[in-house]
Design a protein around this ligand. Structure first.
Ligand code: RP5
Length: 163
């Protein structure tokens, strides 16, 4: 039987992939399976609607949504599904991603998006956040996530190298 995919990584454009890849990479490291889709709030609104409508029924437990500029994808997805949406503001050339950040962050009461930092750090943290949500019900994943966190902590030197 095919493995149940529990995390969706969606993005507004192919151009978002270099950022969103960081979410995919950390989920790979943690052994979490996921799917990736291009779903644009403006260019493919029907695809967005269908994805959101089917997300819970398909067993998704977290949706990582990245977009840049007028970044309406995460918020629109949150309006269509109760599956937790983790928003990643993609860095833009014109406004450095502050436009993306504000577009994703300022949701009205009732339809939350868990908004990460701008760019790759945000995408990586989105993957970790999704893993943390899944780990609540998956003890083996919880162990892997704890080990991942400990390894990161252990990799930080106590003293800076002098240049
Ligand atoms: C948004 O517009 C996408 O999320 C992307 O960040 C931005 C630019 O898209 P492209 O013009 O590169 O396709 O919808």
């Amino acid at each position: 039987m095919a493995e149940q995919i529990k995390v969706g990584i969606i993005m507004g454009s192919q151009s978002d992939w270099p950022t969103m890849e960081e979410a995919a990479n950390v989920l790979d490291e943690l052994g979490v399976s996921y799917e990736t889709r291009i779903v644009s709030a403006h260019r493919t609104p029907d695809r967005l609607w269908a994805y959101g409508k089917e997300a819970a029924g398909r067993g998704l437990q977290a949706i990582i949504a990245g977009a840049g500029g007028a970044a309406h994808l995460p918020g629109m997805m949150a309006s269509k599904t109760r599956v937790p949406v983790i928003g990643v503001p993609v860095q833009t050339k014109a406004l450095s991603g502050v436009d993306s950040l504000y577009s994703i962050l300022q949701m009205p009461r009732g339809y939350p998006v868990a908004t990460m930092a701008i760019g790759g750090a945000g995408a990586k943290n989105a993957g970790l956040m999704a893993a943390g949500i899944l780990a609540l019900q998956d003890p083996a994943l919880a162990e892997r996530l704890d080990a991942w966190r400990e390894a990161l902590s252990a990799s930080i030197p106590e003293e800076p190298e002098r240049g």
